[in-house]
Design a protein around this ligand. Structure first.
Ligand code: AAL
Length: 433
């Protein structure tokens, strides 16, 4: 089988060397190298000019995959971007003493020339004592950063300087759902009305993991007043199902004429054995904002990511997966809003990202993507005893309508201190292995 190509190789060598003497018996000992070269002369070689389409030739697994992305070159990929950050103006954090925290912003909406955003705000006498000490939490002592919170809202002309307007949803009286804390809101505009979905806690988070159902309130104006609509709008899974313990981070879009509400659940023995936890995102669909919401049979529709970040893109839905799962720090796309595939791998991605998506509720069937949004940093406090979060703005080019080449650069360099802040395991042995 090897003989034929081998002769060919010799023939080529003779021509190139211009000498028959080169063909000696000792050469024939180099058969393996010879047959490797033969392969390259016999097979089509991947071209220097990167093809726009998958070439019709045998490809390595990696080269094959390159053509499965929205563009083979990441710089041309509409679902790839760097993320740039700006501090928000207009929010006071009480000198960073851990008693004031703002986190989990909703996606901003633009109404009559003003942006509105809704977020979790904690303003407590003392900083949170920590998840593990949830049993010691009182009416004045928060367990976690999102315990004893209300939902506030702020407005802005430019998305960077904000005016904190006041409370949108206040914790109701005990024992109404959410009496302990209301948190992590997101907004829907549907048939001229505004709907806020949020987590409604009846106990300090940490007691049973992060146990809380999702409630919804509605208003005629983005400034409220808000009327309580319904509790437990996302049904918990039955015992033994992946989402039996949690329904978090509700995020609605309007898609194919219906309300598609994505949510997060931590599962796999969590909260009993926390280090085994896994995170998934589910999808529930309704024709009315107050429900009933029906679970998609393929849930979880995302198996990587933490907080939910979903927006209409082309005919489908795009999402950003951060922090958890094998595919963390990827942008993904699903033509049908359900079956997501990796579109790009990203760096320095925003946490709890809530992008401004002008078409989040218009159901245009041609989502244009996003260029900025809000996110949070949960480690703004200098020590765990003064833990609090701050909100921030991010900018990006995940839009079909703009082209910002600097956002498409692939290198993201951190200050060396960022790396040195990651300390090696204390048990590293003296030889440094
Ligand atoms: C967040 C979200 C949910 C969790 C907690 C507050 O980032 O995932 O809202 O319950 O952390």
């Amino acid at each position: 089988m090897q003989l034929k190509p081998l002769y060919k190789h010799y023939f080529l060598s003779f021509l190139l060397a211009g000498s028959f003497i080169a063909c000696s018996d000792s050469k024939s000992e180099k058969t393996p190298a010879a047959s490797e070269e033969t392969a390259s002369t016999e097979h089509q070689v991947f071209p220097h000019k990167l093809p726009a389409e998958k070439p019709d030739m045998p490809l390595s697994a990696s080269a094959e995959r390159m053509f499965d992305y929205p563009a083979p070159r990441v710089q041309d990929n509409e679902l790839f971007s760097q993320f740039k950050y700006t501090r928000l103006k207009g929010f006071d954090y009480n000198g960073g003493d851990g008693t004031v925290s703002r986190r989990d912003p909703s996606r901003p909406i633009l109404v009559d020339g003003k942006y509105y955003m809704y977020y979790t705000k904690r303003d407590t006498k003392v900083p949170p004592i920590g998840w593990n000490r949830a049993k010691e939490a009182t009416d004045e002592i928060p367990s976690t950063d999102w315990d004893l919170c209300d939902i506030w809202y702020a407005t802005s002309k430019d998305g960077t300087t904000w005016k904190e307007e006041g409370i949108a949803i206040k914790r109701p009286e005990k024992p109404n759902p959410g009496w302990r804390s209301v948190a992590t809101p997101d907004i829907l505009i549907w048939k001229g009305k505004y709907y806020l979905y949020y987590q409604a806690f009846n106990e300090p988070s940490g007691l049973r993991g992060d146990w809380c159902p999702v409630s919804v309130s509605y208003a005629d104006s983005p400034a409220g007043p808000w009327t309580h609509g319904k509790d437990a709008v996302i049904p918990f899974g039955k015992k033994g199902e992946w989402d039996q313990d949690a329904t978090h981070d509700p995020q609605p879009i309007v898609y194919k004429g219906k309300i598609h509400l994505y949510y997060k659940a931590a599962y796999n023995k969590w909260p009993d054995i926390r280090d085994k936890y896994a995170v998934g995102h589910g999808l529930v669909i309704a024709e009315d904002p107050l429900g009933p919401f029906e679970k998609h049979p393929l849930n979880p529709v995302m198996t990587s990511g933490h907080e939910t970040t979903y927006f209409p893109f082309k005919e489908g839905v795009a999402t950003l997966a951060i922090k958890d799962g094998n595919e963390r720090y990827t942008m993904q796309y699903a033509k049908d809003g359900v079956n997501f595939e990796i579109a790009s791998v990203v760096s320095l991605a925003p946490t709890a990202a809530a992008p401004f998506a002008a078409d989040a509720f218009t159901d245009s069937g041609d989502g244009r993507g996003v260029t900025w949004g809000l996110s949070h940093f949960t480690n703004a406090g200098k020590s765990s005893k003064k833990a609090y979060s701050i909100m921030a703005r991010f900018d990006c080019d995940l839009s079909l309508d703009v082209d910002i080449p600097s956002y498409k650069k692939t290198g993201v360099y951190h200050d060396p201190e960022v790396y040195f802040a990651q300390k090696p395991n204390e048990n590293r042995n003296p030889e440094g292995r």
